[in-house]
Design a protein around this ligand. Sequence first.
Ligand code: FES
Length: 130
Amino acid sequence: MTEFSPSLPGPEPQCGPESAASPWPERITVHALDPRHGDRQLSAAGEHTLMELLRDRGMSVMALCGGGMSCGTCHVHVPQPWAGRIAPASEEETAILEGCERYEPGRSRLSCQVRLEPALDGVRLAVIGE
Ligand code: FES
């Protein structure tokens, strides 16, 4: 596995202040299996959604609605035990997911609705996109 080095302009996303007292790890690492790029290791510092990380690193996440929970193009599969560490999907998110071609109950999530939290450091997922 190699570190993905996108040819995107600018530094990695840096949202929100970090301090020595922050409960956040310096970086949260995500292992993403992407249909175009294969297995990639990505990382983010600060507070982001999973969609922001995947989209900004060039993964196959179109995120057409920009995180507005209306397009389903940020679809990912998150296996256990990681899926159990994410806040459950809302009824609205579930309704969007049920309309996605590769919806899998218990694994499918809209990455725009998943905050990158310390409990997800090291998460493994599959990018579905659509
Ligand atoms: S970005 Fe559109 S539903 Fe997530």
